[in-house]
Design a protein around this ligand. Structure first.
Ligand SMILES: Cc1ncc(COP(=O)(O)O)c(C=O)c1O
Length: 395
């Protein structure tokens, strides 16, 4: 179906941060399949884990125990705030389940009227009916009938508006620590702390969408850890499977306890193959020093991007984001689609984001040399996009 405006590129193979088309052209992949190929393409450990598991058993269903899922859940619990994990297949499915979990929590507490989740303008939570309503973007909602009830939106970063929106129907606050699709806009750490405090004050659940920001992308395993807070429930997907479809809801026991048999489910969710992939990805990300390396290369890239922005004021307005989720905010006369195409022409893959931002979300395994290579390709991309008057003025 014509759901995507696809670039006329088809990749035949990948290795680390690089992709090759069938006709032999090589691209530096700073999009990672939209922040998903977290440990790069064809990582030998991930390839081996998937191949070995596929040869043994791929799918058995949740009617039986799944040791690979039990192991992955135990490791996620050990390395997060959570007591319990539910596996699914995508970010939207994880968020859909997270929304159900917060509603169920209040219903079981004797307050079924508390079913409203407060979300933020500029959010992106997925394409199912409930996650579209949580996203709240009129453009995405148009044509799909009445939006699912139970979502309110307030400006991102505005504590007064958030507090004003809380009433007797409020169940939760749902937020991305860095708005990804919305324009690579980080919540300030103080804002995240204030959300935690407001949730505590009003008996709400804090539900974090770490689909894009989690699994090491920020330089910590979970982006909220930079703020020193814990959510009550959190969604994960994208990088968690390293390119294999996998999603998860992580929750405190006080939330998870109510998701009893019959309340929620997924045929594929947490199958042996997906969880073998998830365990292999975790092996890499939790290896000693790996996240420090992500932080280091991210800071190196950030400095280079600031420099680039400084040298190309006719194209770039600023740099935003955190960790390896970075954005170049472009000047209004340069569209991010145009810049994305220009980057492709230079051999660099990026992803457009909202608010005219060009997003960089490279695999977490990139080296400083690869970051430098991306910067020099971006340099050439900026030159391609520089309006002719600005070019003439600089001569
Ligand atoms: C923050 C966030 N939540 C949810 C989703 C939806 O994930 P999926 O496309 O896997 O359903 C995305 C996808 O871009 C996302 O960035």
């Amino acid at each position: 179906m014509p759901t995507y405006n696809r670039a006329d590129l088809a990749f035949e193979r990948g290795e680390g941060a690089w992709l090759w088309t069938g006709d032999g052209r090589r691209f530096l992949d700073f999009g990672s399949g939209i922040a998903t190929a977290s440990i790069g393409h064809a990582h030998p450990h991930l390839v081996q884990a998937i191949a070995e598991q596929a040869a043994r058993v791929m799918h058995t269903s949740n009617l039986y125990r799944i040791p690979q899922a039990e192991r992955l859940a135990a490791r996620l619990v050990e390395t997060s705030f959570a007591d319990s994990v539910f596996f699914c297949n995508s970010g939207a499915e994880a968020n859909e389940g997270m929304i159900k979990a917060v509603r169920k929590y209040h219903a079981e507490q004797g307050h079924p009227e508390r079913f409203v989740t407060i979300c933020f303008e500029g959010a992106f939570h997925g394409r199912t009916l409930a996650t579209l309503a949580a996203t709240g973007n009129e453009k995405y909602l148009a044509g799909f009938g009445p939006p699912v009830q139970g979502f309110k939106h307030v400006p991102f970063g505005n504590m007064n508006a958030l507090r004003d929106a809380i009433d007797g129907t409020t169940a939760a606050i749902m937020v991305e620590p860095i708005q990804g699709e919305g324009g690579v806009r980080p919540a300030s750490l103080e804002f995240l702390r204030q959300l935690r405090a407001a949730a505590d004050e009003f008996g709400l659940l804090l539900a974090l969408d770490e689909v894009q920001t989690g699994m090491g992308r920020s330089g910590k395993l979970w982006a909220h850890q930079w703020a020193g807070i814990e959510p009550d429930v959190m969604s994960s997907a994208k990088g968690i499977g390293g390119g294999f479809p996998l999603g998860a809801i992580l929750a405190k026991e006080r939330v998870a306890q109510y998701l009893k048999p019959g309340t929620h489910g997924s045929t594929y969710g947490g199958n042996p193959l997906a969880c073998a992939a998830g365990n292999a990805v975790l092996d890499v990300i939790l290896a000693p020093g790996f996240l420090d390396g992500v932080d280091r290369v991210a800071r190196h890239l950030w400095r280079g991007m600031l420099d680039l922005a400084h040298r190309h004021p006719a194209v770039v307005e600023g740099v935003q984001g955190a960790g390896l989720l970075l954005g170049l905010k472009l000047r209004p006369e340069i569209s991010n689609g145009e810049m994305q195409n220009a980057a492709v022409a230079e051999g660099l893959l990026t992803v457009a984001a909202g608010m005219n931002v060009l997003r960089l979300a490279p695999p977490l395994i990139i080296t400083e040399a690869e970051a430098d290579e991306a910067l020099s390709l971006l340099e050439r991309t900026c030159l391609r996009c520089t309006p002719s008057q600005a070019r003439d003025a600089a001569k």
